[in-house]
Design a protein around this ligand. Structure first.
Ligand code: SAH
Length: 348
């Protein structure tokens, strides 16, 4: 019989499996505490569990670790970009950043991405596979240890905005979020977690129903279908009207504010008329807009807009809550998928 991979298991599933093995309920709590609070992955070192119970656990469960194979550091901005390699040699990136309110980690959700947004480095590498729940969790565990060893500080916020489309890996995402938010797991409050999607409408509503306290960011990047279609093929499946209607429903269901991400690309979506059209479209939606300065990448023809401030002011004057994203890690290829592309090119 093959062993259960422990990092893939939510607390509830683990409880059921432990009960079948006649292991008492509190042992699950102990195991979770060792793994998620103490970063101990060796069952032999879980010293408050009896040798006999350790043996039963070892016979039935395994933990597959991942490793950090490269780190790029932007000291000035306290931004760390890690290349993480899994057991099958596939790699993804995660970024850890220090903000005024604490440390935030940006997790990847897939190896590569199928969404093929035209401006994004992740889509240059077609999706190889989904990440398992344990691989979501492993990213956090590796980063947590690194930041604790370096700074004696904790990572308090998670954004799922790295490589991949989280809603294209929905089941594993939800299982991972269960472990991340469980009080015996990583114990991170759902209010401290944000999932970013390119706009897969049915999944937006599914997450709203399953986990209404998780924050949602939607990559909008355009005020109309004509522009959005050029940038994001997902718009052919779920057009802007449908997406915005879904976002309204999301706000209604969750009573939360939604974040819209909008990368400003020179002469594509950065005209004043685009800002005005956007204002009209966002009317009645409880949202705030995050304007993102584009991180230029060699493989794409797009350029960073020079009109960010005009766009920002137009939105602001029209009472849209708006911010310009603080730039992090531009010097360390921290935009989505850039380090991984560089690594794979270097290996060629
Ligand atoms: N698939 C999800 C999450 C991953 S991308 C999504 O689309 O939201 C995370 C964010 O980074 C998205 O808003 C994406 O559009 C943006 N992004 C991708 N490439 C970028 C680049 N080169 N510069 C700035 N932002 C980028």
């Amino acid at each position: 019989m093959s062993k259960h991979l422990l990092l893939d298991l939510s607390f509830d599933i683990c409880e059921k499996l432990f009960a079948k093995l006649k292991l008492k309920n509190f042992i699950v709590k102990q195991v979770f505490h060792w793994i998620y609070q103490k970063n101990i992955y060796d069952f032999n070192k879980m010293t408050n569990i009896s040798l006999n119970n350790q043996k039963i656990i070892k016979q039935n469960f395994a933990i597959i670790l991942a490793k950090i194979i490269d780190i790029n550091i932007d000291k000035k901005h306290k931004t760390f970009k890690f290349l993480v390699q899994f057991h099958d040699k596939n790699s993804i990136e995660m970024v850890v950043m220090k903000f005024g309110y604490g440390w935030t980690i940006c997790l990847s959700s897939q190896v590569g991405c199928s969404m093929q947004c035209k401006f994004c480095a992740s889509g240059m590498k077609i999706k190889k596979r989904d990440l398992t729940p344990g691989e979501f969790v492993m990213q956090y565990l590796l980063a947590k240890k690194y930041i604790f060893d370096q700074f004696h500080e904790r990572i308090t916020n998670i954004v799922i905005m790295g490589i991949g489309e989280p809603f294209d890996n929905f089941t594993n995402l939800v299982e991972a979020l269960k472990i991340i938010t469980n009080p015996y797991g990583m114990a991170i409050g759902p209010n401290h977690i944000t999932v970013s999607t390119c706009g897969i409408c049915p999944k937006i509503l599914q997450l709203a129903k399953l986990m209404p306290k998780i924050n949602l960011a939607v990559s909008l990047h355009a005020p109309n279908d004509a522009i959005r279609k050029q940038l994001m093929p997902i718009n052919n499946a779920y057009n802007l009207n449908l997406l915005l209607r879904t976002c309204k429903k999301y706000c209604h269901l969750t009573k939360k504010r939604i974040t819209f991400e909008y990368i400003l690309l020179e002469n594509i979506n950065d005209h004043k008329t685009d800002a005005i059209e956007l204002i009209k479209k966002l009317k009645g939606i409880n949202c705030y807009v995050n304007l993102i300065p584009y991180n230029e990448i060699n493989e794409c023809k797009f350029a960073r807009s020079k009109k960010i401030n005009i766009f920002f002011n137009t939105l602001k004057q029209n009472k849209i809550l708006v911010k310009i994203r603080q730039e992090r890690g531009g010097t360390i290829n921290a935009a989505c998928g850039q380090l991984r592309i560089k690594y794979e090119d270097d290996r060629k």
